[in-house]
Design a protein around this ligand. Structure first.
Ligand code: HEC
Ligand code: HEC
Ligand code: HEC
Ligand code: HEC
Ligand code: HEC
Ligand code: HEC
Length: 284
């Protein structure tokens, strides 16, 4: 009953408001009186609508009751789409995480708590993996997460406000089983960081082997640790130069056989063929 009264009052207020004045879409506009507290449109207010949604475990189902299922205004004629202009409005994938101004960047930063600090686990090394990867093939979220098709897809909104880590794609190449440790934020046993083994017996080039197997270093990385030397992903961290079980060469010689992948200074020249799950040698 109480709800219905609030609802009717809110509805009437908004009808009066909307018929009397043009709504100014600017976020800094004076607050509207009515159903919500002052501050609903002010990102630094404690009652900013983003914070209300966060406190409601990120569900917008109750907002849709008044503002319409497609957020176009509904019975209260207050549209979310004036500000949330992307397809799917506030359900767009960069609304709550990623760059609010750039729909192509849906991974943190920013994190769910608004952090942009890469030492914070919610931000971590997303950028160097996804958007600024200089040494490896482009990777997608599906290497580390199950990607929801929509906001309310099963498994997306959990109750702990932490992402689930479910490794897939390249991270599990060769059938390996990586692990992410939520206590110390380390990542172990990923194919990408050198948990790989190639076998002389099944090789087209057994002569390049010095042992029955050629293997990477299975390097343990810390997701949210950065140092200027880049020691987490420098040459020699994921696999030796060259790897264990490979005939010895210097870094300037790799290009003789791994042509097009590295140049003769040892820089990755075609990152689409490095860390891509397959052997690339002799121009392949
Ligand atoms: C007047 C403009 C405006 C309107 C109208 C508006 N929003 Fe927002 N909304 C914003 C801005 C700006 C942000 C981002 C604030 C930030 O992160 O700095 C935001 C953030 C959000 C977030 C993310 C919260 C977070 O903390 O990450 C959600 C979810 C959201 N809005 C839902 C809605 C819904 C649902 C409606 C309609 C019922 C709505 N918004 C109407 C401007 C608006
Ligand atoms: C009971 C109905 C009702 C519910 C539920 C409701 N709103 Fe509103 N909302 C209104 C009304 C009415 C207005 C018009 C201004 C006012 O009265 O405060 C409004 C205005 C807004 C505005 C300002 C829009 C603008 O153009 O400036 C935002 C943002 C907003 N609501 C967000 C939300 C969010 C987010 C939720 C869910 C957490 C939500 N509302 C749930 C009734 C509701
Ligand atoms: C290389 C692995 C990896 C990839 C690829 C990756 N993530 Fe993450 N993601 C993580 C890790 C690790 C965490 C932090 C988990 C923790 O400790 O809370 C995380 C956390 C998150 C969080 C929670 C942020 C917070 O505030 O706690 C979101 C949201 C997220 N990732 C979205 C994405 C999206 C979207 C993509 C693709 C565009 C993506 N991630 C790609 C590993 C990855
Ligand atoms: C209303 C806010 C909101 C919107 C919109 C949103 N997400 Fe999320 N997303 C979250 C939250 C909260 C989490 C952490 C959930 C948890 O506790 O497990 C998350 C986590 C993720 C993760 C990490 C894996 C996981 O499920 O924990 C991925 C990937 C992701 N979102 C992708 C997307 C994609 C793709 C879209 C667009 C279809 C999207 N998100 C839209 C709030 C949102
Ligand atoms: C993040 C881990 C990682 C780092 C750092 C790394 N590599 Fe690799 N590298 C791999 C993996 C995994 C493979 C296995 C083959 C594949 O999937 O591409 C590989 C394969 C190679 C190959 C064989 C060609 C191929 O791609 O099949 C060469 C040559 C090579 N790396 C050179 C380098 C050089 C030079 C550096 C430093 C610039 C470097 N790697 C740094 C992970 C790494
Ligand atoms: C004389 C040719 C030759 C040189 C020089 C050479 N490799 Fe290789 N390497 C090969 C061949 C052939 C294979 C593939 C083995 C197979 O097919 O089983 C291979 C395999 C590898 C692998 C594992 C499988 C793959 O392709 O990812 C890595 C990593 C690698 N080499 C790195 C290096 C690095 C780093 C250097 C330079 C220090 C180097 N190699 C120099 C011929 C060479």
């Amino acid at each position: 009953m109480k709800y219905i009264i609030i609802f009717i009052t809110a509805f009437l207020t908004s009808v009066i408001l909307i018929s009397c004045s043009d709504i100014n879409e600017d976020i800094t506009k004076p607050e509207l009186p009515g159903y919500h507290e002052k501050g609903i449109n002010n990102p630094i207010s404690d009652v900013f609508h983003g914070k209300i949604i966060r406190d409601n475990n990120w569900s917008m189902k109750n907002c849709a009751q008044c503002h319409a299922g497609d957020y176009s205004g509904g019975v209260v004629q207050a549209s979310c789409l004036t500000c949330h202009t992307q397809p799917n409005g506030p359900e767009a994938c960069n609304t709550c995480h990623g760059d609010f101004a750039d729909p192509s960047r849906i991974a943190p930063p920013r994190a769910l708590n608004e952090s942009i600090d890469k030492n914070y686990p919610g931000v971590g090394a997303h950028v160097s993996h996804l958007y600024n990867n200089k040494i490896g093939a482009d990777i997608s979220c599906s290497n580390c997460h199950i990607v929801p098709s929509g906001l309310y897809s099963e498994g997306h909104l959990g109750d702990d406000n932490k992402a689930e880590i479910n490794f897939g794609a390249l991270a599990i190449a060769q059938g390996v089983s990586p692990n992410y440790n939520f206590q110390n934020n380390t990542c172990s046993d990923t194919y990408c960081h050198g948990n790989f083994v190639f076998y002389r017996d099944s090789s087209n080039s057994p002569w390049i082997y010095t042992a029955p197997t050629m293997r990477g270093n299975n390097f343990l990385v810390k997701w949210n640790q950065f140092d200027p030397s880049g020691s987490q992903a420098q040459c020699g961290s994921c696999h030796g130069i060259p790897p264990l079980g490979h005939q010895p060469y210097t870094i300037t010689e790799c290009a003789n056989c791994h042509t097009g992948i590295v140049d003769n200074l040892g820089n990755i020249s075609d990152r689409s063929k490095h860390i891509n799950g397959v052997i690339n040698v002799f121009g392949n």
